[in-house]
Design a binder for this molecule. Structure first.
Ligand code: NAD
Length: 269
């Protein structure tokens, strides 16, 4: 993917799963990375593995719910690399629980990480990007990429009854993407990626909780969902990263406010 070498890219939730896959993909393109996670040692492990492969990567502990910590990630990028070109708001949580059993704490926890966290990360990045020069003449000053989900799209399958706060949180991220894109154009592009069924710890926990609820053998919820994917296999973090690389590249400079499904054809629109 041309145009990514030397870009300064920050990624939240980079200690495992999709965030770690994004870090590996951007490192392979020669980007310089500032990786964060609420699990500081996990973020550092991702960064250390990339440094061992000759990438420039540093790590810090960030809880995206905390505005000061979100700002610290941006400040770290500026202190070490002089600017921040791409902010990937990836950190997120999931909870599987029937709608009528949810309480306010469940709801607040989900929206706190997935919505407030994405907002604070985006806002901290945008403040820096507006103050810096464009990536090149005629190009944006920076780019924000949100990791939303097809769960944030309208329409409800059976699973909707047990992931209501998650679905609401991801719909909010799609909405935030549009508000931020219109606010920050033409200086910063803001787009969202909507993955489908990605093989990470998040889905392993969902399978465990969903099969327990339904009295099914462990692994069965995952197997049934994967069987419905037109592309015939689960998604990998690298599948998500391919779209992120495109959105970060000059080829996507004219794209903003979009939320793009990449889900093996699970949801077609
Ligand atoms: N796995 C999927 O099928 C799937 C599908 C669509 C969207 N997504 C989204 O992709 C993103 C990454 O998911 P994943 O599958 O890699 O999950 P994961 O659970 O494997 O990784 C999430 C990471 O976020 C970190 N994190 C959690 N709370 C945090 C906080 N408050 N501050 C900072 N970091 C925090 C965790 O420590 C972890 O490293 C999430 O936003 C998720 O909603 C996942």
């Amino acid at each position: 993917m041309p145009g990514l070498t030397g870009l300064v890219v920050a990624i939240t939730g980079a200690g495992q799963g999709i965030g770690r896959g994004l870090a590996q993909a951007f490192a392979a393109q020669g980007a310089r990375l500032v990786l964060s996670d609420i699990d500081g040692p996990a973020a550092e492990a991702t960064a250390a593995a990339l440094r061992a492969a000759d990438a420039e990567a540093m790590a810090l502990r960030v809880d995206v719910r905390n505005a000061d910590e979100a700002a610290a990630q941006v400040a770290t990028a500026v202190r070490h690399f002089g600017r921040l070109d791409v902010m990937l708001c990836n950190a997120g949580i999931m909870q599987l629980k029937p709608l009528l059993e949810l309480d306010a704490a469940d709801w607040d926890r989900m929206l706190g990480v997935n919505v407030t966290g994405s907002f604070l990360t985006l806002q901290a990045a945008a403040r820096q990007m507006l103050s810096q020069s464009p990536l090149a003449e005629g190009r944006p000053r920076g780019k924000v990429i949100q990791i939303a989900s097809i769960a944030g799209r309208p329409g409800a399958a059976a699973i909707a009854s047990v992931i209501a706060p998650y679905r609401a949180s991801k719909a909010a991220v799609i909405s935030l993407t549009q508000s931020a894109a219109i606010t920050l154009a033409p200086h910063i592009t803001v787009n969202a990626i909507c993955p489908g069924l990605v093989d990470t710890d998040m889905w392993r926990a969902m399978d465990r909780d969903w099969t327990a609820l339904q009295g099914l053998p462990q692994g069965e919820a995952w197997r049934q969902r994967v069987a419905g994917v037109p592309m015939g296999r689960p998604q990998t973090p690298q599948d998500v990263a391919g779209l992120a690389l495109f959105l970060a590249s000059p080829a996507a400079d004219y794209m903003t406010g979009q939320s793009i499904n990449i889900d093996g054809g699970l949801m077609m629109s």
